[in-house]
Unconditional design. Structure first.
Length: 365
């Protein structure tokens, strides 16, 4: 039986974004090992993997001794398993997994799930990462990117081999699981839904500012927020601000929810004014359940939404542009929003279903 490793910087990531891939590979006859640090999703990840191995890892660490320890830990794990292929996810894992794969002569497939702020803003860390990526660029058997902007950036900066990189439609979505149902919407109100980490880079402050302005003249609108405060993120939102926000009569904050479908079914419109994404899974989930979308003209978001057909695209980092988009959505009639939702689901079914991701993975093993 062939062995496959899926290695990431958190068990939460593998369980939430690669669960369908793990199950599909096992069904195809592969022995799938999940390799990731222990967190609150580890036990669930163990249940779906052939075998799970935890290791200590800090994605924000820049301590050379700790980084060397991480690499040696991966070396021991990979050597013991001796897999037929290794799928790495996220920037650090791509680097370290490639280095280990080179010395063990393993087939390495890297996945760029999103370049993120660290790679797009000038910094010493970015400089080091760019140099390391140039050093290891010939090692991966293949590299997957989730949006064309990231792919073009990597090719332009010569961080990957052009002939060994391609697009993959995110982590794939089970469109049967995220299927439309009868919305439980209060006819007397209009509900916006935000799902994601509560950080500045998700356009969170612009969303709150736009919503508060609209609610002055539209007292029947509501905003549901699903997501956790990411206290370790450079663009974190203070807990005191969220506590104050929860006192607003028209804003409901629920924290993290394992199953977002009940909330999607109650929403009138999904909104994600992010500054940048790899490929937004939360948008895909909402589209699959036939919700109209408001999002920003940025990589990882604009590819998914057809402006004025499946949603409305607004300017990033602009609460005024977002406010106009939200008002347009409120003023559309029910039939127009329903048509948007149906177009959105067709987009997901035709290009972002999990079967496309699994096929792409199987082709490079």
């Amino acid at each position: 039986m062939k062995k496959i490793i899926l290695c990431a910087n958190s068990s939460w990531y593998l369980f939430n974004f690669r669960k369908s891939s793990i199950k599909a590979l096992i069904n195809k006859g592969y022995e799938v090992y999940s390799v990731a640090p222990r967190d609150h999703a580890t036990e669930k990840l163990k249940e779906i993997s052939s075998k799970h191995i935890s290791f200590q890892f800090n994605k924000s660490s820049i301590n050379p001794l700790k980084e060397f320890y991480y690499i040696t830990a991966l070396f021991r794990i990979f050597k013991d398993i001796n897999p037929d292929a290794v799928f790495n996810f996220t920037i650090k894992n791509n680097l370290y997994g490639s280095i280990v794969g080179f010395f063990l002569r393993l087939k390495v497939i890297n996945n760029i799930t999103g370049l993120g702020s660290m790679m797009l803003r000038p910094s010493l860390i970015k400089l080091v990462i760019v140099i390391l990526y140039k050093i290891i660029k010939k090692i991966p058997h293949h590299t997957f990117c989730q949006n064309l902007d990231d792919l073009n950036y990597l090719v332009k900066k010569r961080l990957v081999i052009k002939s060994k990189v391609s697009l993959i439609p995110g982590s794939g979505l089970d469109t049967n699981f995220f299927s439309p149902n009868i919305n439980n919407i209060d006819d007397n109100s209009f509900t916006f839904l935000f799902v994601g980490r509560i950080i500045k880079d998700k356009g969170f402050f612009e969303l709150i500012e736009a919503f508060k302005k609209i609610s002055v003249d539209c007292p029947n609108i509501k905003l549901m927020i699903l997501g956790e405060i990411d206290s370790k993120n450079p663009s974190k939102v203070n807990a005191s601000y969220i506590k104050e926000l929860s006192l607003h009569p028209n804003i409901n904050i629920y924290g993290h929810e394992n199953d977002v479908r009940p909330f999607l079914s109650k929403a009138s419109c999904f909104v994600l004014p992010s500054y940048r994404e790899g490929l937004s899974r939360s948008i895909l989930e909402a589209m699959s359940m036939e919700l109209p979308i408001i999002t920003t003209d940025v990589p990882g978001c604009r590819e998914l939404v057809q402006d004025k057909k499946s949603g409305i695209i607004c300017k990033p980092r602009s609460s005024e542009s977002l406010k106009r988009a939200m008002l347009k959505m409120i003023n559309l009639d029910d039939d127009a929003r329903m048509r948007m939702g149906k177009v959105g689901r067709k987009i997901v079914q035709s290009g972002y279903d999990e079967k496309f991701v699994i096929d792409a993975m199987l082709k490079v093993i």
